[in-house]
Design a protein around this ligand. Sequence first.
Ligand SMILES: [Zn+2]
Length: 110
Amino acid sequence: MGKRYLEYIDSSKYIYKCKFCKCHLSSKDHLISKNFTSGSCRAYLFTNAFNVYYGESKRKELLTGLHDISYVYCENCERKMGWKYIWAAKPEEKYKEGNIILERNSLYKF
Ligand SMILES: [Zn+2]
């Protein structure tokens, strides 16, 4: 297997990196909210993430209703970083569709 090409985020604002391999995942330019939870952990909502790949879409009952989500994995170290919202049942949750949750426990803020 060849060496993976990883994107380098060039931003004057905060860069969020994978805590385990320091790979760049997103930046403050893409941050929507820090006010999310994943189980008992804090999580951040981003419009975009880099150097990640997505698992298969799954239907899940979350605290905010029924959602289709795909788990998000670090492209470099393959650890689970969070998930992407594919679809939300409730109208008030629709804004999350296409956006990405990254768990704070997996992030390293540079
Ligand atoms: Zn990583």
